[in-house]
Design a protein around this ligand. Structure first.
Ligand SMILES: [Zn+2]
Length: 368
């Protein structure tokens, strides 16, 4: 199957995991940005090459722990502390999406991680949303920004308090809510703050945390779950997300790389995506961190098709759930995009299965 030509969504994509490696190299050398991984003299001796940085930021399946995966963000975030750099990273990420036939992209990031150069979180969010709007128009990609609070900080910390205040404003692109980062606090700790947010909610759960976290995320109002790969640890939780029509944002390659507790298979042969789909759970396929994990939505779909023997109709269902689950408050615009993608994808995939549309409508009965 030709996955490049299909119209896709990427609903789970961290902005600070999407920077082009070549852009990081350029920014670090031109702006002489130092992190704990290299010194100023390394820069002056031209040591910061793509190969050097690749060793730090590219994830591998043999990484020993989550901390090793997370060190990439030291580098990417260091390159995103000024207006100029933020605009560049946002613009290039949306341009890449356009090249890959991603018609709807949801970029998530934590404004609190971009204030090292004296920008306030409010300024960061203004810069990011305006750049996203401009690139969205230029490259014809529908974009939503998911603003993340950090689980690292307490709900009432100055960092999270400032982030929570951002949801009261309006921006040139739609916004949504997520929590990111290594887990210290529970969803229930954030209940009061989350209840006051008037934007759609997705939450990271069922990745480093188990099925119980997925249940808690649904209970505090998550419409979508970031990853949710470990939902299978409880049939009750699987039933809950099926009944609630909760959408899973699955990120296969990332899951094999960050598998710190040995709870997710590294080979993907028993990755539960097909199992969820056959159970009646709405699943989507996403990148998580395209630069760090070195993947695209097309490469992830190809990989899953090979490992799980997905059929063309499975691909059509997955892509359709992506457009259907998009956080776009303009329902008419959203439906128009879903239909456009459905028609094109059904046409492309009918090359491999002439009955694909009939099969699609038949399979959709399971998700009603
Ligand atoms: Zn994520």
């Amino acid at each position: 199957m030709n996955f490049e030509e299909l119209y896709k969504t990427d609903l789970h994509c961290h902005l600070d995991g999407s920077n082009l490696l070549s852009t990081c190299v350029e920014i670090i050398n031109q702006q002489k940005i130092v992190t704990k991984h290299w010194s100023l003299s390394d820069i002056e001796q031209n040591k910061i090459t793509a190969e050097f940085l690749g060793h730090i930021v590219h994830a591998r399946t043999d990484m020993k722990d989550l901390l090793e995966y997370l060190r990439a963000f030291d580098v990417t975030c260091a390159c995103m502390q000024t207006e100029e750099n933020l605009v560049r990273v946002v613009t290039e990420t949306i341009q890449q999406a356009s090249i890959q036939n991603i018609l709807h992209l949801e970029l998530r990031y934590a404004p609190s991680l971009h204030t090292q150069n004296n920008l306030s979180q409010h300024q960061v969010q203004q810069i990011v949303s305006q750049a996203a709007h401009n690139a969205s128009v230029k490259y014809n990609v529908s974009v939503t920004i998911i603003i993340c609070t950090m689980k690292l900080f307490s709900p009432s910390s100055p960092e999270n308090t400032e982030t929570f205040s951002l949801y009261k404003n309006t921006y040139p692109v739609p916004i949504a809510y997520d929590q990111a980062g290594p887990k210290l606090f529970q969803f229930s700790d954030f209940k009061e703050q989350i209840e006051q947010i008037n934007v759609p909610i997705t939450l990271h759960a069922g990745e480093s945390s188990g099925a119980e976290a997925v249940r808690q995320a649904v209970n505090v109002g998550a419409l979508r779950i970031g990853h949710g790969v470990r939902s299978q640890e409880s049939v009750e939780v699987m039933r809950l997300i099926k009944e609630q029509k909760t959408v899973l944002e699955m990120c296969p390659t990332s899951n094999t790389q960050t598998n710190v507790f040995g709870r997710i298979s590294k080979t993907l042969e028993d990755y539960p995506l097909k199992k969820y789909l056959d159970f009646g759970i709405r699943v989507t396929v996403n990148t998580d961190n395209p630069m760090i994990s070195q993947c695209t939505v097309a490469s992830e779909l190809k990989l899953l098709t090979e490992k799980l023997h997905l059929e063309p109709v499975d691909i059509l269902l997955i892509l359709n759930f992506g457009f259907d689950a998009a956080f776009n408050p303009n329902a008419e615009e959203k439906e128009k995009l879903r239909l456009k993608a459905f028609k094109w994808n059904a046409k492309c995939l009918s090359k491999y299965d002439l009955q694909i549309e009939d099969k699609f409508h038949d399979r959709m009965k399971l998700f009603k």
